[in-house]
Design a protein. Structure first.
Length: 370
């Protein structure tokens, strides 16, 4: 039987999808069913992602709990969770697949979250729950985008070692472009690339250059400059091979394609890319996009190109990636994305989902103590 102390309530407060674009606070929602591989977390803080609003607006699943990113305290362990990995009382952060019609009782925007233990991070006492809440989706998306989908020339073992290239090694290491370096996934990607011994460069607005440099970017380029692509080509000697697009709009796809070297390479976005742009270099650049929800190894029950069949290999990869990041976190080598802490509790979270629709966040992530 799962261990738990003190006794848990039977119901909880949660933000539940009502229909397209509509969500409401409900106070009689069942506590998540604790599966053997899961940890039950009492939520202390949540972070808002653009996907929270996008999924609600375009793929609403009425009756499901919404939300992806959370942090809190472990209150129960599933039978298969090793007590050497987690204990009741641990401070943790992670992500879940919110608004999942196949598992409607799991979502981050609830008093209790049922999280996969191998996709969870134990956070240090020096890190606030709000800061921790920025980690989950960023770690999952950046690690899958870089080390699985993009196939950068570095392993998760190299990431775990956390040893940046020395000045003598720099010329031998691959440069990787992170477009949208000031986004929450962008800063995480920059940091993971740096820790894996590669050479991250980034695009952002000049106001966020320092942020990208602080996370480990070797060089940052102004994406609004008409010479941005040419400047990147000059810096990379027309040999840029790997690009992760964390903005994933038509203009960033075009910028990335223009910046890549004469021999081409790999381009990965976080949303479906524009095929018309991809066709401009179809012989030299191989494009794809990462659907982060496959990291749970389960079927992604969404329509069209967002839907995926279950892929246990992605779950295995995710577990290894989170273990590598945990090793860095334990040694104080992971910093969190800047936060914009807002008030209002769960009512504030409702407002935050509205805000993210019209106010794209760059350089910070919206968080709420709940």
């Amino acid at each position: 039987m799962p261990s738990a102390t003190p006794p848990l309530p039977q119901t909880q407060l949660a933000l539940v999808a009502q229909g397209p674009g509509k969500v409401a606070i409900q106070r009689d929602v069942a506590i998540p069913s604790l599966q053997p591989d899961m940890v039950l977390v009492k939520t202390s803080a949540v972070a808002i992602n653009p996907a929270d609003a996008k999924m609600l607006d375009y793929s609403a699943a009425p009756g499901t709990i919404i939300g992806y990113d959370f942090a809190g305290t472990v209150v129960a362990l599933g039978d298969a969770v090793s007590p050497e990995r987690f204990s009741v009382g641990d401070r943790v952060a992670g992500l879940v697949h919110g608004m999942n019609k196949l598992i409607p009782d799991v979502g981050a925007f609830s008093e209790y979250v049922g999280a996969c233990a191998d996709l969870l991070l134990k956070i240090p006492d020096s890190m606030s729950f709000e800061e921790g809440a920025t980690l989950g989706t960023g770690v999952a998306t950046a690690s899958m985008g870089l080390f699985s989908e993009l196939g950068v020339p570095a392993s998760l073992d190299q990431l775990r070692s956390g040893e940046p290239a020395s000045p003598e090694q720099l010329d031998e290491r691959e440069i990787v472009l992170v477009a949208g370096g000031a986004t929450a996934t962008g800063t995480r990607a920059i940091q993971l690339l740096k820790k894996a011994g590669l050479r991250p460069i980034a695009t952002s607005s000049p106001a966020n250059f320092d942020l990208c440099l602080r996370f480990g970017a070797e060089k940052v380029f102004d994406y609004r400059s008409p010479n941005c692509a040419e400047d990147i080509k000059a810096y990379t000697r027309n040999e840029l091979t790997y690009t992760l697009d964390c903005v994933s709009q038509a203009d960033t796809t075009k910028l990335c394609y223009s910046a890549m070297g004469r021999a081409g390479g790999r381009y990965v976005s976080l949303e479906p890319f524009r095929d018309a742009i991809a066709q401009t270099r179809s012989l030299t650049v191989k494009p794809s996009w990462v659907m982060v929800l496959t990291i749970f190894g389960r079927k992604v029950a969404l329509d069209g190109e967002y839907g995926r069949e279950a892929n246990p290999e992605d779950r295995r990869f995710g577990a290894e990636a989170f273990a590598a990041v945990q090793a860095l976190l334990d040694r104080g080598l992971i910093q969190t994305h800047p936060i914009k802490s807002l008030t209002g509790g769960w009512e504030g979270v409702l407002d935050g989902v509205d805000k993210i629709r019209s106010q794209a966040q760059s350089g910070c992530k919206l968080t709420y103590v709940v």
